[in-house]
Design a protein around this ligand. Structure first.
Ligand SMILES: Nc1ncnc2c1ncn2[C@@H]1O[C@H](COP(=O)(O)OP(=O)(O)O)[C@@H](O)[C@H]1O
Ligand SMILES: N[C@@H](CCC(=O)OP(=O)(O)O)C(=O)O
Length: 373
């Protein structure tokens, strides 16, 4: 197992995600000792020449007791209010903690749009890159106070996998209240630790359905395994372990679970398009358009679209559906608003340009903004 963990010790840029249950008390408030312990581990890592990006959950959980809320609220508005209070408290604690190691932190709050729309994506990447170049440690969370139900990541495990892809990280570390992935519910004595996941087949027969015990986290093991799939699919190895074991895991010891990376790396932004977005509409393609988009990797033009549904704006993600079978074949960022499209369908680009002006010569979905599903 020793050499297998070389991907951990050799990683230069590391994204570390820590869950609510590892940062907050059962009563709902920040757990200062555990935050300080995490800061010491990551501070050591950052001062040893590694670039560290921390994806920290816990805003909602940290805001509960200051607002006299007895448990994690179900409604979005109260979650947003709790996150607004808790995020400030968390960052406050991180700022003073990392300052003891001579490290400046920068808060980065992201929404789904920030990582899927081309302009926003570049912006998020530039900010992360600049913070790291300036020697600061970015601390990322979802921008819970503005995220609505529809545009929410909802779980920070997936956000962390996408941030790892965005930041072109060498390693993703997921820290939770459980020390590893187990074959079944970890409190069941017959469950065994899984030290290494080489590929999907190593996950067959494993039960990850039991929800977390803490009541403050969101996804349990399901979202962690899904995040590991996303990151490894992007060529980034993943270590899953408990926060108190982080230092040992980062030193390459055989603790927790190592998920081996796949060998190929897809283009980062399109990878995000496939994994981070929910389509806002559907474009139905005739057989010629399906062949052009799927087999010949061409842009989608109005001539090949038979119908449109959904209400979307230019720049939104939409699914491209085979009109014959009804199956989605690709996802892309559309260049027109939904209301503009019906008048354009089935018409050739030169015809549209002549009738409506040169602005209508543009593709409905450009090939650079398309990912096959
Ligand atoms: N097969 C499994 N292996 C490990 N943990 C599991 C498994 N199935 C369910 N779990 C549960 O997932 C929980 C971790 O998820 P969660 O509480 O959402 O953590 P976090 O707040 O760190 O995101 C563990 O406490 C554990 O009870
Ligand atoms: N953005 C939310 C985190 C939601 C979440 O994914 O929590 P967790 O399952 O503990 O990682 C917050 O800060 O409360």
């Amino acid at each position: 197992m020793g050499r297998v963990r070389d991907v951990v010790t050799g990683a230069r840029r590391i994204v570390v995600k820590v869950g609510s249950s590892s940062l907050t008390t059962a009563a709902g408030g920040i757990d200062e000792q555990r935050i300080d312990a995490l800061v010491d581990t990551l501070g050591g890592l950052a001062t040893s020449g590694r670039e560290v990006v921390l994806v920290s959950s816990g805003a909602i959980a940290a805001g509960l007791s200051p607002l006299n809320l007895p448990r994690r609220p179900r409604d979005l508005a109260t979650q947003q209010a709790a996150a607004s209070v808790g995020q400030g408290l968390l960052i406050g604690r991180y700022t003073t903690g990392f300052a003891r190691h001579g490290i400046t932190v920068g808060q980065v709050l992201l929404t789904v749009d920030d990582v899927t729309r081309r302009a926003h994506y570049r912006n998020a990447y530039r900010t992360l890159r600049k913070l790291l170049d300036l020697g600061a440690l970015p601390i990322v969370n979802e921008n819970d106070t503005v995220a609505t139900e529809e545009i929410r990541f909802g779980d920070n495990d997936r956000l962390a996998a996408l941030v790892a892809a965005l930041a072109d990280a060498d390693l993703l570390v997921l820290l939770s209240d459980v020390d590893a992935l187990y074959t079944g519910n970890p409190s069941d004595p017959s469950s065994r630790r899984i030290g290494f996941v080489g590929d999907e087949s190593d996950l067959s027969g494993i039960n990850i359905a039991t929800p977390g015990r803490s009541g403050v986290g969101t996804g349990g093991m399901v979202t962690k395994v899904e995040a590991a799939r996303i990151a490894t699919g992007f060529g980034i190895p993943v270590v899953l372990t408990a926060a108190p074991l982080a230092a040992r895991a980062l030193a390459g010891e055989d603790v927790g679970t190592l998920f081996q990376a796949a060998s190929s790396r897809p283009a980062a932004r399109l990878f995000w398009l496939a994994h981070a977005t929910s389509p806002r509409g559907r474009l139905h393609l005739d057989a010629g358009a399906v062949a052009a988009v799927v087999a010949r990797r061409k842009s989608l033009l109005p001539a090949g679209i038979t119908a449109v549904d959904g209400s979307f704006a230019a720049g939104d993600p939409v699914d491209l559906v085979d009109a014959g079978s009804g199956t989605p074949v690709a996802r892309g960022l559309v260049n027109y608003d939904a209301v503009e499209l019906p008048a354009l369908l089935g018409r050739s680009t030169p015809e549209l340009a002549a009738a409506l002006g040169p602005g209508y010569e543009r593709e409905v979905v450009h090939r650079d903004d398309l990912v096959l599903l």
